[in-house]
Design a protein around this ligand. Structure first.
Ligand code: AHG
Ligand code: MN
Ligand code: MN
Length: 346
């Protein structure tokens, strides 16, 4: 590669040439990318950096935090709180929103993140990641500065102004959208810079690969069972083709594979916790991933409805997720709607 495009240049061009992002949003994305670089360095140190194992604390979702969950959360807060571009942040690892302290200037953006996605994979040296989503604080008059609160965050995903993830795998890759397609940047460790390695990523509409935690099969709803059962029947079944299965247990890694070569990812509602709409979190997992997938020509639903149209009722809201290759997502969604119609008629 002779003419390398850095993340900075990509963002400057999004600002200057395409007029798509203001300078404050450019700064915000660069700061998040810098924080991801720091997290990547910690991840690479592994046992040498004392980052493995449990922190012996619990987050608001009742999950035991790993040391790296806590470290990554702190890195993202420390990197972002002083720049003047943010009003507040929210994270999987914090019960409530983190308002930028008064000693720092404030901006109009809201940053949400899953600081460390795929926590069960940290200690076993399998790909993990960071997911982020950016919203603008809603105001008719941007000169009005009032205290920011949780309600400011409760916007549907279609209002995101930037979203992305960083996957810490054999390579460290930052994947980003600001609404102009999906761009991938690989971390050049010698230079310490993010280099554009793919732009306008496209997910094939059809696929022969699905990702779901099959061990939960007995808890699924009928439409999900029907879809997977048909895939498993392969060439001899109604789909007339053999399917392959992958499940990394890090959403970032599964979504990264889908953005790279297609596929469908599902974490559906199941009967283990009937009162929860799903396992994954809407605002800092499903929304950013859903927008990236849509920007790459794929689709993302909760089985019935477009994820980006869901109006959140609370910060840590959960959701069923079906995303990836368009025709497969439409098929799964169609099976849910058919089942609903049959129930309504009965
Ligand atoms: P997190 O580590 O941020 O809590 O997210 C884990 C999520 C997601 O990354 C993955 O797809 C899923 O949980 C794995 O769940 P199972 O262990 O139930 O397969
Ligand atoms: Mn996660
Ligand atoms: Mn996490």
């Amino acid at each position: 590669m002779t003419d390398k495009i850095s993340l900075t240049r990509y963002l400057v061009e999004q600002q200057r040439v395409h007029g798509r992002i203001p300078p404050e949003l450019r700064l915000l994305i660069e700061v998040v990318a810098r924080a991801c670089k720091r997290i990547s360095i910690s991840v690479n140190k592994g046992a040498l950096g004392e980052i493995l194992g449990s922190a012996d604390t619990e987050n608001v979702q009742g999950e035991v935090q790993k040391k790296l969950d806590v470290i990554a959360n702190e890195v993202l807060i420390e990197a972002n709180e002083w720049g003047g571009h943010l009003a507040a942040m929210a994270s999987e690892e914090m019960d409530s929103i983190y308002v930028v302290p008064n000693r720092f200037p404030k901006g109009e953006y809201l940053l949400m993140f899953d600081p460390l996605d795929g926590s069960s994979n940290i200690d076993v040296n399998v790909s993990i990641g960071t997911i982020f989503s950016v919203l603008r604080k809603q105001h008719d008059d941007p000169t009005i500065i009032d205290p920011v609160c949780e309600a400011d965050f409760l916007q549907p995903g279609r209002q995101q102004v930037a979203a992305g993830y960083c996957v810490y795998g054999p390579q460290t890759t930052l994947v980003l959208t600001v609404g102009d397609g999906v761009a991938m940047f690989t971390l050049d460790r010698e230079q310490g810079s993010w280099v554009l390695t793919q732009d306008q990523v496209q997910i094939p509409a059809d696929t022969k690969e699905f990702a779901i935690n099959m061990s939960n099969m007995r808890h699924w709803d009928a439409p999900v069972r029907r879809y997977i059962d048909e895939c498993l029947q392969g060439k001899e079944g109604p789909r007339g083709k053999d399917f392959n299965m992958r499940w990394v247990a890090s959403m970032v890694a599964d979504v990264h594979r889908i953005l790279t070569r297609g596929g469908v990812f599902m974490y559906p509602w199941d009967k283990r916790e009937p009162d929860k709409p799903g396992k994954l979190r809407l605002m800092y997992e499903a929304n950013p991933m859903g927008w990236l997938v849509e920007q790459a020509g794929g689709a993302a639903t909760n089985g019935r409805q477009r994820i980006l149209d869901i109006v959140p009722g609370k910060l840590h809201e959960r959701v069923s997720v079906v995303l990836g290759s368009r025709n497969e997502v439409e098929r799964v969604t169609g099976y849910h709607l058919e089942a609903d119609e049959a129930t309504a008629k009965a």
